[in-house]
Design a protein around this ligand. Structure first.
Ligand SMILES: [Zn+2]
Length: 219
């Protein structure tokens, strides 16, 4: 947390410390485009091959917790997949541009601008479910609010906090995060904070606004 006596740094120079799992990243507050977490590890070393592509990466503490959580999900008969994990500034720019082409009116709500995606933190996972095509009637519409009706989405909503994960953009968070409801997008913030948020009903950015009202950086 910043010293209240010091002026916040410009958001495009912001590089969260390795032990800071709570950096506020949303449509208002971004990151240094060159920021790359120092402890990225390959998910293939933590998850079975049918859950993730081996080259996807995440920060080590998040990958470890994800491995433990997915093991339990698989034992419960669920079939989660990792659709997306760490994305660099450049990869986010490419992903965002794809949405601008596909859905120009809603692109900024569906996909964060480069530098403004929590995926650049290396602690965020987008989950998929084999039940999605039957719900959406499409094999390509993988990011849909209907994820909350899948067995995997329901399990995550009820249990992800036990492993330190929290849904960043729950229903009603749009005004604060600038992003649409994303029931598939979970961020690792540690078990203590995730449990607190789950019990209190806050989402992370909402809690941070109350707990540290100073701007985390100068937009
Ligand atoms: Zn996401």
């Amino acid at each position: 947390m910043q010293d209240p006596a010091t002026k916040p740094i410009p958001c495009d120079k912001r590089r969260p410390a390795a032990d800071d799992l709570l950096a506020e990243v949303n449509a208002s507050y971004g990151l240094d485009p060159n920021y790359v977490p120092g402890d990225l590890v390959r998910l293939g070393d933590y998850l079975p091959g049918n859950v993730t592509l081996p080259d996807m990466v995440l920060r080590q503490p998040a990958a470890k917790a994800l491995g433990q959580m997915v093991k339990v999900m698989l034992a419960d008969g669920l079939a989660p997949t990792v659709l997306s994990s760490y994305r660099s500034y450049f990869e986010q720019a490419v992903a965002h541009q794809r949405w601008v082409v596909d859905d120009p009116a809603n692109a900024d709500q569906i996909s964060a601008l480069p530098g403004h995606s929590e995926h650049q933190l290396g602690t965020v996972v987008d989950f998929g479910s084999p039940e999605m095509p039957a719900l959406t009637g499409s094999n390509i519409d993988k990011f849909s609010p209907l994820f909350d009706q899948t067995s995997e989405g329901r399990w995550l909503a009820g249990h992800a906090f036990e492993y330190g994960f929290s849904m960043s953009s729950p229903p009603g968070s749009e005004n604060l995060t600038g992003l649409a409801y994303e029931p598939w997008h979970y961020r690792y913030i540690g078990v203590d904070m995730a449990s607190y948020l789950h019990a209190s009903g806050y989402f992370l950015d909402e809690y941070l606004l109350k707990a540290r009202p100073l701007m985390p950086c100068l937009p």
